[in-house]
Write a protein that binds this ligand. Sequence first.
Ligand code: PXL
Length: 277
Amino acid sequence: MSYKKILTIQDISCLGQCSLTVALPIISACGIETCVLPSAVLSTHTAGFSGYTFRDLTEDMPLICEHWKKESIKFDAIYTGYLGSAKQIAYVKDIFASCGSESLVKIVDPAMADGGKLYPGFDGAFVKEMITLCAECDYLIPNMTEACFLTGTDYKTEYSREYVDLLLERLTDLGAKNIILTGISYESKKTGVVVYENGKYSYYEHELLPNGCHGTGDIYASSFVGALMRGKSAYESARIAADYTLECIKATAEEKDHWYGAKFEPVLPFLINAINS
Ligand code: PXL
C-alpha cells in the first residue's frame, strides 16, 4: 500500500460531528496521513444551534502557506470543505499552486448549502468565489442544492434524468473535471449518487432511510476521499462512501440528545473492510 499525505481544509466545529472532526478520523482510518488547516473554529456547527462562536482563521492561511512553502511541504491531495470566508478561496488556490505534489489531486466539497438554502453566513459573493474554485478541481462533490447555486439553476425536489444531465453539463462548463453529485433520487424510497467522470455518467442507487442525519455530507466526502486515495476508482469510492454513510445513519438511533450528527465512529471498521477488500 502506498502511503499518501493529504491536506484537508475545513472548519473545526468543536461539537457537531462534521467537517474536521469527521474528516480527520475517517481519512486517517483509511490509512492516509491527514494534515489539517482549520478555516474557522466554531463552538458547534450552525445547523440547529444558536449563539455559536465563530473564530475566522482567514488571516492565518497565507502565513501557514508561506511556512509550508519554505519547508517545501507537498501533499498528494488537497480536499476542501466548509470555508470561513469568500477571501479564503483565493488562499486555497495559492495552497493548490504551491503545496501540491506533481500528481496533486484537488477535491472540492462546496459545503455551503442544503435543502434548497445557503447555510447561515453564506451569500452570493461566496457562491461567486466558490464557482472559481470549481474550475480548478479534479473532483467536485456537491449536493443537489449546491449544484443549483453553483450553476444558477432552479432547485427542485422532483426531477428527471434530463434535469440532472443539465446540472452536470453546467457544472462541467464551470471547469469541474469529475463530478460526484450526491442525494439524487429518481424514485421514492431510493436515493443515490451520480458519478460523472470525464463526461461518462454512472449512478449508484441505494435505499433512502427515513431518518436523515446532520453531517452526512462530510462523512460522505471524507470516505470518498479516503477510498480514492487508497487507489479505488471514482465509482468504487462513491459506492463505498454511500454504503458507509448509510451504515452511519443506521447506527444513529433517534435519540433526543444526539440530533446534531451521525455516530460514524463505531462503524469505521465497515469502511476499513470495504477499502481493504
Ligand atoms: O456539514 C457542513 C457544515 C460544516 N461546518 C459547519 C456547518 C455545516 C453545516 O451546517 O454549520 C460549521
